[in-house]
Ligand binder design. Structure first.
Ligand SMILES: C[S@@+](CC[C@H](N)C(=O)[O-])C[C@H]1O[C@@H](n2cnc3c(N)ncnc32)[C@H](O)[C@@H]1O
Length: 262
């Protein structure tokens, strides 16, 4: 087998995979390479072997790097118009057909997306019964999600009357109330390698696949299709389209909402 030059991206990808479980071959090389190199130079590392060694020895460095790579920017009710569509068009139809609804927020970051789902159901569909699974590859964001403490900036897209109803003011921000927290189950999961549960009626995977290769996206959407019930909805992010994926059996029902064929 050829020995890889330690200065190459391929070398880094191979060395990082067993440490992190993250196979960067599924992600677009130019974006990832840029992110790795900018992080390394901001911390004063000049070559991949020294950096890999430092990642082994320094957990804070590892966590900061993993966070930088996986990009967990999020917000409650991010892209408000999409949440309006969810509330006014998608959920009423889903709830007409089936209760309890089985929902999954895949790539949930620090919890704002699945908690926004729970709040939407509690606020606008108080009789609805539902379960929400929320998964992410990054254990640190999942810990934050379970604590459920958020800063003012997280609420930039939230209707003001929602905050006192579902959050309690605490030192440094607002904490999600117990009744909302109880509605969401958080789990670590790598969307590219782990097994998926099935029988979902609504699956949100938003702003997660932006850096995935086309092959990785195709594989993922295929697995999502298998995980959804017929008639189930896939809710995507603003930059994510399933163009050319008609073979997966999804039909666009409203911008960013795709229905698995009945
Ligand atoms: C930009 S955030 C999106 C959060 C939320 N869905 C939203 O739209 O506001 C992307 C999340 O995807 C997660 N992610 C990236 N690659 C992943 C993978 N292979 N498996 C699971 N989660 C992944 C990151 O850890 C990050 O928390």
């Amino acid at each position: 087998m050829a020995i890889l030059d330690t200065n190459t991206y391929e070398w880094f990808v191979k060395a990082f995979h067993p440490k992190s479980g993250l196979d960067l071959n599924f992600y677009k090389q130019n974006q990832m390479e840029r992110r790795i190199n900018s992080f390394m130079s901001s911390r004063g590392y000049k070559n991949y072997p020294d950096f890999i060694k430092a990642l082994d020895q320094d957990k804070d460095l590892y966590d900061a790097f993993f966070k930088h790579l996986t990009i967990n920017v999020t917000q409650f009710f991010r892209d408000t118009n999409q949440w309006k569509t969810l509330r006014e068009e998608i959920l009423p139809k889903l709830l007409e057909k089936k209760v309890p609804l089985k929902i999954w927020s895949a790539g949930c970051s620090s919890g704002q997306e699945p908690y926004s789902m729970a709040i939407t159901l509690m606020e606008y569909f108080p009789q609805a019964r539902f379960t929400i699974l929320a998964t992410d590859i990054d254990v640190n964001v999942l810990e934050q999600a379970k604590k459920g403490i958020y800063k003012e900036a997280d609420f930039a897209s939230t209707a003001p009357e929602i905050i006192p109803k579902y959050f309690t003011p605490v030192d440094g921000g607002y904490q999600i109330k117990e009744q909302v927290k109880r509605a969401v189950t958080f789990q670590k999961q790598n969307l590219l390698t782990d097994r998926f549960d099935s029988g979902f009626d609504l699956l949100a995977c938003r702003n997660v696949v932006i850096y995935f290769t086309e092959d990785a996206k195709d594989m993922l959407y295929r697995k999502f299709s298998d995980s959804l019930n017929p008639g189930g909805i896939l809710f995507t992010g603003s930059t994510e389209h399933l163009f050319g994926m008609s073979h997966l059996g999804f039909k666009l029902v409203s911008s960013f909402f795709y229905q698995k064929q009945l």
